[in-house]
Design a protein around this ligand. Structure first.
Ligand SMILES: Cc1cc2nc3c(=O)[nH]c(=O)nc-3n(C[C@H](O)[C@H](O)[C@H](O)COP(=O)(O)OP(=O)(O)OC[C@H]3O[C@@H](n4cnc5c(N)ncnc54)[C@H](O)[C@@H]3O)c2cc1C
Ligand SMILES: *[C@@H]1O[C@H](CO)[C@@H](O)[C@H](O)[C@H]1NC(C)=O
Ligand SMILES: *[C@@H]1O[C@H](CO)[C@@H](O)[C@H](O)[C@H]1NC(C)=O
Ligand SMILES: *[C@@H]1O[C@H](CO)[C@@H](O)[C@H](O)[C@H]1NC(C)=O
Ligand SMILES: *[C@@H]1O[C@H](CO)[C@@H](O)[C@H](O)[C@H]1NC(C)=O
Ligand SMILES: *[C@@H]1O[C@H](CO)[C@@H](O)[C@H](O)[C@H]1NC(C)=O
Ligand SMILES: *[C@@H]1O[C@H](CO)[C@@H](O)[C@H](O)[C@H]1NC(C)=O
Ligand SMILES: *[C@@H]1O[C@H](CO)[C@@H](O)[C@H](O)[C@H]1NC(C)=O
Ligand SMILES: CC(=O)N[C@H]1CO[C@H](CO)[C@@H](O)[C@@H]1O
Length: 564
């Protein structure tokens, strides 16, 4: 067939070609005008933005000040991040737009200061459909504009922000669906699962309430606003019920995901199984933009909880930790999971009765009471009532700079006198530094894991604890203080690494300056993850800090470059 073009058709072809030019405006038009400039969360409090005068918005500023340490206002905003390091250009204390975390009404932070973009993306697109993401990948591919994915904004490693990037904001993908007989699409057997499917913007507060309505239990994090489908599950995802019911990655059945090659795919055991495996531990922001995830749920779970605490002083933390260390192996066989600090223990077990729980924890209960503290052992008949009473009320502080530095502690450490005494020396050291231990007891000890089914840190499979202390710097800290803080995180990490040679860490809550991150976070899974990454992201459109495929040379482009 000979193609004959009339003048009109030729004109149409030319304007079509012009319309396809790789510009932000044209991209904006293809996604319905939904691309917006991203302005810093606290901008309304400032009178200067990037060196130009702007009108301060007193009313909006007052709302931000009142909610500065509240996760909800942040998580519902495209520019809201929980941790200040996501927003700031860490190497330059003037390149940020932050309030005084200790007193958000302190004018010192905003009265004579310029609000600057720091590490924040330049633009964002509120994702509404797979097509939005496909267009964003095309635009990134032709323009070189880097992309990030921002869901809840909880990431400690700055993986959901980034200077000059276009942020794909997923928070408003909020569908939820319950099925008592879910079948993964393309399934080759008759297996049916009790499952909940959520849109990628749903957080745990919403998923827990939805599960409660259907009298089932969805496993999730100890935070209302962490997302179900994003960085949490794609990196491992721990719950205080994980000791018995497994990690988030163990329970996910299916993802709907747009891969950077521009294809909207289903990933499960039967379709794109390599991608499914990679999304079960290989990390968020790496293999594609997940739009939906389906999770196996349990019926309503009955369990006991223990809430033990006492007022800390300079001498009563170490003896408490010694009792804990000595009992950890026994407790791990009894299904206990939860959180322990130097003077608190809030743990649950679905395997014990109230009487058994009291007997199991008798030594710590007695210790807390002898130190002027209290112990409450209760029974719950559903996760939601526990969530309401304990999780909602104990959220980790946000609106601050916070660097976790945890490592997974395997059962072998507790099995030897040397391992136990190493742990005690670690507690002594951090006490001398004025820090307290932070221990999520979340290792999937009793979970019947299918070898090789996930790509999360292999160290998880022998772990009982995640152990860390963490560090932070003030909103207005100087460069020397920041350098010293990083050194101190490195030193603390080195001690825990010494206790767990060849072990690993949960990257979501690990030291973001970890040197052997490949080995620690992925171990033997790494090479295979890199090849899957190349298959689905052949042009390298997704990249984030120490994510699969990241290159050491990228430090130079990061907010931390001048601090390391
Ligand atoms: C206060 C607090 C409490 C926490 N509690 C727990 C806990 O109990 N258990 C636990 O395991 N962890 C916990 N974490 C760590 C948490 O799992 C990580 O911060 C995780 O990265 C959060 O994922 P998100 O999607 O909610 O956050 P975001 O910061 O929005 O995203 C995190 C990462 O996931 C990627 N991502 C997000 N959405 C998608 C998507 N749709 N597709 C592909 N990639 C995506 C982003 O690009 C980024 O790399 C906690 C963190 C904080 C700050
Ligand atoms: C995208 O288009 C909309 C609608 O025309 C417009 O309001 C918005 O400012 C545009 N975004 C950018 C970044 O120019
Ligand atoms: C990215 O660009 C390459 C050419 O550089 C092209 O072959 C490929 O199809 C593009 N991918 C997408 C998703 O647009
Ligand atoms: C812990 O166990 C060690 C033996 O490994 C023992 O010496 C010590 O007294 C025990 N401490 C407590 C508080 O039970
Ligand atoms: C800490 O508290 C315990 C119990 O109340 C007490 O015996 C001990 O003397 C206190 N230590 C200090 C240094 O105050
Ligand atoms: C663990 O899982 C395997 C494979 O799914 C199964 O054969 C085995 O019976 C399970 N073991 C227990 C203790 O449930
Ligand atoms: C930092 O802010 C605090 C108030 O949060 C103030 O007391 C202190 O002087 C400030 N430090 C510097 C170096 O400006
Ligand atoms: C870290 O450890 C090194 C080597 O032991 C030491 O010189 C340095 O002072 C420590 N720094 C901090 C901030 O703890
Ligand atoms: C949007 C939002 O979260 N607003 C909250 C800010 O803080 C005030 C006072 O604590 C709350 O009442 C608002 O709901």
């Amino acid at each position: 067939m000979v193609l004959k073009l009339s003048g009109v058709a030729l004109l149409a072809l030319v304007s079509y070609t012009v319309a396809k030019q790789c510009t932000l405006d044209n991209f904006n038009a293809t996604v319905g005008g939904h691309v917006q400039p991203l302005t810093p969360f606290s901008l309304p409090c400032f009178s200067s933005y990037n060196g130009n005068p702007v009108a301060r918005d007193d009313a909006a500023c007052a709302v931000i000040q009142a909610n500065y340490s509240d996760p909800w206002l942040r998580t519902n905003s495209p520019s809201g991040y929980m941790n200040n390091q996501d927003e700031m250009w860490a190497s330059d204390p003037t390149d940020q737009c932050l309030l005084d975390s200790s007193d958000p009404t302190d004018p010192l932070a905003y009265a004579d200061a310029d609000c600057r973009q720091g590490n924040l993306p330049s633009h964002y697109l509120e994702v509404q459909s797979p097509r939005d993401v496909i267009e964003a990948f095309k635009f990134s591919n032709c323009s070189g504009k880097q992309l990030v994915i921002k869901n809840s904004g909880h990431d400690y490693l700055t993986r959901s922000s980034g200077r000059d990037t276009l942020s794909l904001w997923t928070r408003n993908l909020r569908s939820m669906h319950y099925s008592p007989s879910f079948t993964p699409s393309g399934s080759k057997n008759t297996a049916r699962y009790n499952a909940i499917t959520v849109g990628a913007g749903v957080n745990f507060d919403e998923a827990y309430a939805f599960a409660q309505e259907h009298s089932v239990t969805i496993l999730g994090g100890y935070s209302s606003t962490v997302g179900v489908s994003g960085g949490w599950v794609q990196n491992g995802g721990h719950s205080i019920l994980s000791p018995v019911y497994g990690l988030g990655v163990d329970r996910v059945l299916e993802y709907k995901v747009v891969t950077p090659d521009g294809v909207y795919r289903t990933a499960n055991e039967f379709q794109n199984p390599d991608l499914f495996w990679a999304l079960r531990g290989g990390g968020g922001g790496t293999f594609g933009v997940v739009l939906e995830s389906t999770h196996r749920v349990e019926p309503a779970i009955r369990f006991v909880s223990a809430n033990i605490k006492f007022p800390a002083n300079s001498t009563n933390m170490l003896p408490f930790m010694e009792i804990i260390v000595n009992n950890t192996l026994k407790w791990s066989q009894e299904g206990w999971g939860g959180h322990i600090t130097g003077n608190t223990l809030v743990n649950v077990s679905p395997l014990l009765s109230v009487d058994q729980a009291e007997a199991s924890l008798a030594s710590v209960i007695a210790y807390a009471r002898a130190n002027g503290g209290s112990a409450t052992i209760e029974e719950f008949t559903s996760w939601y009532s526990f969530y309401d009473k304990y999780v909602k009320t104990s959220s980790v502080a946000v609106g601050v700079t916070r660097f976790p530095g945890s490592r997974l502690i395997s059962r072998s450490v507790f099995e030897t006198a040397k391992g136990r005494s190493d742990l005690m020396s670690f507690f002594e050291t951090i006490q001398s530094l004025g820090q307290t231990p932070y221990i999520p007891v979340v290792g999937p000890v009793l979970y019947n894991y299918t070898e090789g089914s996930t790509s999360a840190a292999p160290a998880w499979r022998d772990a009982i604890w995640e152990l860390g202390s963490g560090a932070s710097w003030a909103w207005n800290s100087t460069v020397p203080t920041r350098k010293k803080t990083i050194q101190s995180i490195q030193n603390t990490t080195a001690i825990i690494e010494g206790i767990t040679p060849g072990g690993g860490a949960y990257s979501n809550e690990a030291n973001l300056f970890t040197i052997d991150w490949i080995e620690s976070w992925w171990g033997d899974n790494y090479e295979k993850l890199v090849s899957i990454k190349k298959k689905y992201d052949p042009f390298g459109l997704l990249s984030c800090w120490k994510c699969v495929g990241w290159k050491e040379s990228q430090v130079a482009d990061s907010s931390y470059a001048a601090l390391l």
